[in-house]
Design a protein around this ligand. Structure first.
Ligand code: GLN
Length: 483
């Protein structure tokens, strides 16, 4: 029996129970069997994976491997990979092969990990359901008629369906946590600046942050050890001494102060979801944590502020796709204007165009103060809410999403309803705080997620709380029916 967590796979490799080649073949066979029904991968790189597994086995045989050597993983198709297509799930980049690896990919390759492939996602990471992908939607392995969440829906579905033991994701407004919650896995958005954005295709640069998605908090900690760290090629990367993200996993929760924001338990939260969150709070209390309610008075402004800031930044970031330098180019352009407009009209999907238009409008001379300026002021107020709350608590806890996974197509015609899926997640991005989602129950056979938000650079505490919770509960090990 092959182990399923990174921790257990690494132990098997170290003890020589299985080779990386065995484990890699196991995952490639599972992908071949189950992915046609899920569409969680855009690209599977079997040959490259086999070669990397052979290299890892040689290292392990010499006793030279590190803690992740030989462990397979998948990359969200937003991380540039040298020689392997990086599409960002857009027609615009359907033909794009990066000449370099993203820092995150470089680090994980350097740690000896074996990349199985590139996972599906919302186009340019814009979406909450993985339905905006040029390569078609991903299906949720818990119910194939439902969405896996987005934008890292391919990574979440692949990990939940055991088509990779761990995967990378990116989180601009919830894209690691929301799909993790909807697929019943554990995901961490680190503090802004913790994980290098170099080679991670930009959506909204002041919000984007890469992070790991796995079955357990302990696995996230192992991945963070390899992914995090200062990167001179990313000007917003933070310089801090290297840190062992596993170091607090075993710490008891006695005396931990958990803040429950009144605004996160108000109207709009599904009653069954509330019950699941309350039950998780009960488990943490039994482990010795204390709870107090906290006030985040500007929580209601997170969605509007986020969608203005994110759209504004994307309108600027995506201006580089002009049909000239790389990506899609229209046939037979008449002149330069025709080249720009037709390449962009053909290359981008509807949601990406909507964001570019909204962002350009919000940044335009006549509306800048009314929209972009206001959104930035709200961003600061939201951040100050958290600073005040963290004066009295160690972590903030609430639901990750207002409901469980919704039906495919249910929200595609109504972007505003779709945006509300991010009602609990965007604030952490606006403030730059670390946040984690962990499975905390099943509602009608669908996973429910609990979100933990931490203070700046306090990822080890989030991992500690989630790990202790996972020692007491088994939700994180529940297997979806379609896997
Ligand atoms: N769902 C949000 C959006 O559509 C968040 C996306 C993300 O985090 N990449 O913008």
């Amino acid at each position: 029996m092959f182990a399923e967590t990174v921790t257990a796979i690494a132990a098997d490799l170290k003890a020589g129970r299985y080779s990386s080649a065995d484990i890699t073949e196991h995952y490639l066979a599972r992908i071949a069997e189950f992915d046609p029904g899920l569409n969680s991968y855009i690209t599977v790189c079997a040959d490259e994976a086999r070669a990397a597994a052979a290299r890892a086995d040689a290292l392990l045989a010499r006793g030279e491997g590190g803690p992740l050597t030989g462990v397979p993983y998948a990359n969200k198709d937003i991380f540039c990979t040298r020689g392997i297509r990086t599409s960002c799930a857009s027609r615009m980049l359907d033909n794009f092969i990066a000449p370099y690896d993203a820092t995150v990919v470089e680090k994980l390759t350097g740690a000896g990990m074996v990349m199985l492939g590139k996972t599906n996602m919302d186009e340019f990471a814009m979406g909450s359901s993985n339905e905006t992908s040029w390569y078609g939607p991903v299906r949720n392995p818990w119910d194939l008629s439902r969405v896996p969440g987005g934008s890292s829906g391919g990574s979440a579905a692949a990990v939940a369906a055991r088509l990779a033991p761990v995967a990378t994701g990116t989180d601009t407004g919830g894209s690691i946590r929301q799909p993790a919650a909807l697929c019943g896995i554990t995901g961490l958005k680190p503090t802004y600046g913790r994980v290098s954005r170099w080679g991670m295709i930009a959506f909204a640069s002041s919000l984007d942050q890469g992070g790991p998605m796995a079955l357990t908090a302990a696995d996230l900690a192992l991945l963070m050890n390899a992914m995090a760290g200062h990167c001179a090629r990313d000007s917003t990367s933070v310089e801090r001494p290297a840190e062992d993200f596993t170091r607090l996993l075993a710490q008891p929760l006695t005396g931990l102060r958990i803040g429950l924001p009144t605004q996160y338990f108000a109207a709009g939260l599904d009653p069954a979801m509330r019950e699941a969150v309350d039950a998780a709070v009960g488990v943490l209390r039994a482990l010795g944590a204390d709870t107090v309610s906290v006030d985040l008075p500007h929580a209601g402004y997170a969605i509007p502020a986020y969608y203005v800031v994110a759209s504004a930044e994307c309108s600027s970031n995506l201006s580089r796709y002009d049909g000239v330098r790389f990506g899609h180019r229209c046939d037979d352009p008449r002149d330069l204007t025709d080249l720009y407009t037709r390449s962009r009209a053909e290359g981008f999907g509807a949601e990406v165009k909507r964001r570019i238009l909204v962002g350009t409008y919000a940044l335009s001379a006549g509306y800048y103060d009314a929209y972009y300026g206001k959104a930035q002021q709200l961003r600061r107020l939201i951040q100050q809410d958290f600073t005040r709350a963290f004066a009295g608590v160690d972590v903030i806890l609430g639901p990750t999403t207002p409901t469980t996974a919704f039906e495919l197509g249910q929200k595609t015609d109504d972007p505003l309803t779709m945006y509300l899926s991010d009602v609990y997640t965007t604030a952490a991005n606006l403030a730059g705080l670390p946040a984690l989602s962990m499975p905390a129950g099943l509602i009608g056979g669908l996973p429910a997620g609990v979100q933990l938000i931490g203070n700046y650079f306090d990822e080890t505490r989030l991992l500690n709380v989630a790990h202790q919770y996972q020692q007491e509960t088994a939700w994180h090990l529940a297997r979806p029916p379609h896997a």
